[in-house]
Design a protein around this ligand. Sequence first.
Ligand SMILES: Cc1ncc(COP(=O)(O)O)c(C=O)c1O
Length: 291
Amino acid sequence: MTEAWADWVWLNGRLVRGAEAAVSVFDRGFLLGDGLFETLRAVDGRLFRPERHLARLQRGAAYLGLELTAGADELIAALWETLQANHLEDAALRLTVSRGAGPPGLGLAGTGVATSVIAARAFHGYPDHWYDPGATAVLSRVVKNEQSQLCGIKSISWLEHVMARAEAAEKGADEALLRNTRGDLVEGSGTNLFIISGGRILTPDLASGCLPGVTREAVLELGQEMGLEVREESLPSEALAAADEAILTNSLLGAAPLVRVEGQRISSGQPGPITRRLAEGYRALVAREAR
Ligand SMILES: Cc1ncc(COP(=O)(O)O)c(C=O)c1O
């Protein structure tokens, strides 16, 4: 079950009660989806590679010309502060930044100061079945344009992903996999995708249009440390049928087996040995590195 948001929210540098936290109805985040977000998981009150999340946020902000009002260190401190204010150890954190309120229209002239919000909720992992026996997915109708300037940016205009997730729910699956205009696999609605084939770890390259996930990066590192061949490349959707194993990753989920797509089992339909090693390796890495 998804826990409700915790009481205290960090809003533009101050902790306020969520029920009382207010953002302008003229905020461009609300009007235009003009903003960015990050989702982080806290385990035992510690965060895994928060600087990688902040680097992605800063890259997105620089690309959009959105002036952040706080630096990475300050925002990381605010994430910890929000955890502490809510007495949370194991939690999901959502950092949202928008370009703030502005005059009518699309133009950037006259826009005010960015709005920054951090909200938290208790979180102990995805429902058990995601990890064992593993997640199921459908192939989404949503086509991701890998040529879009917004690929790689975690924008709050996330409607394609919302639509894909709704499709998964409609069809009784856990996740929906997006393909790009070439028909190649990109990612899940809220996850990166890996395939294990012949002992190699394969994942769609960034040119596929996927998000450069923080967990994806860590899993690629782990695969290399395990001495396995790791490749970022274009993956046609047929690669799933031929895969020995498949994995979904994100910061809240960690690494979880994907065992069925469109009702078809991937290999035996059981979590495979490389998936187990990577999932375990990821948990150990988080325990070692989180701060
Ligand atoms: C579309 C999409 N891809 C991938 C990811 C995984 O990113 P990360 O590992 O940084 O959480 C997410 C996370 O929310 C996502 O929404």
